[in-house]
Design a protein. Sequence first.
Length: 430
Amino acid sequence: MKTFQELELIAPLHRALADENYSIPTPIQAQTVPAALAGQDVLGCAQTGTGKTAAFALPILNRLAVSKNRPAANRPLALILAPTRELAIQIGASFATYGRHLKLRTSLVYGGVSQVNQVRNLARGTHILVATPGRLLDLMNQGHVDLSQLEVFVLDEADRMLDMGFLPDLKRIISQLPRQRQSLFFSATMPPNIVELSQRLLTDPVTVNVTPKSTSVERIEQQVLFVDRGDRQDILRQLLALDDVQRAIVFTRTKRGANVVADKLLRTGIRAVAIHGNKSQNARQRALESFRKQEVRVLVATDVAARGIDIDGITHVVNFDMPVEAESYVHRIGRTGRAGAEGIALSFCTQDEYDELKAIERLIGHAIPAMNQRPQMDRAASQSRPAGRPPQSRGRRSGNGRRSSTGTGSTNPRGATRSRRGGGRAAATV
Ligand code: AMP
């Protein structure tokens, strides 16, 4: 494997990488950086945790530092589009880290906060603009952003962006891009609509496929615990009380669920905070900061809110609710085990979530080791299903609208931290 020294980056970038103690490029960096430095378009199939941010940030910083082109007011030279505010903030922080020895300006544009500061930063002229699609389009329509001088365009987490319904916004933004530009396109998955979008955006791209969706989750020990719905909070509390749970993210399906779980943990003396889309951007940042600083040990999050969170040292991910989409499972558990660390992912599975579990196991290509006796899932799932409902449909509820639950034996959470590592290695190729 090449070292960073072998990549033809300018000295201030090498210094920043040395500051970070990065010596070996990750596979996506090794494959992407040389092509991007040479000005080629890139199609990268990679998810968060693979080092993809540096894979596009380093060549952009290198290019802009070398060219010495000065940005005019409201006319950025590089645009990075990200699906969520958290991811945009994180990408901005990465540019600040890698570009710390350069005099390039990076600005952020995202919704949920006042646009005043964002407009002011744009007017001062910014080399790099990191934005979410909605607010960017808004500011473009108001005349605060003009993309005519753009040299590099990055679309990050394209699949998630489409999942979140950003395609119409995206199309409008893309229609304003100059013809002459470099484009870098990253997506964790490549369904047909993403392939089509990439073909519209890219010219003769270098295609890089770091299947380490598996690499990033390879070091994560995965386990499933079959539980009664009503027992989950108690089991969670027991689990989180264990010493080796230093920092945990608990995933719930709904915003309300996140609040309820966090409140109940707080009441039992476990420092927890909820983060979800109904909270203001400032509240979300405060929650993340207190988690980052270890003032709280447990972050309770919904999928969208947790997207792009990059906090080192998360020892445990708990799926309080199974994710509705199997792909989200890989994203969720990827919050732990980042940058080569190991982590534990524990999923609670109630009787009416068996279909979700099976979909996840199909996706990752193996069964997730169970901490207690695995019920006969096919039979149990079909028995709990009202006649005429297809097996994949969601929301199988009993007549009173409540989900049913089942007792499935021992629910000792200690097993989650005691069991041998490696039993649940993922080989996800989403
Ligand atoms: P990303 O996939 O861009 O979200 O990056 C995942 C994590 O890996 C981040 O915490 C980065 O700081 C870290 N990282 C990126 N590149 C390297 C590298 N070459 N060596 C060590 N850590 C890295």
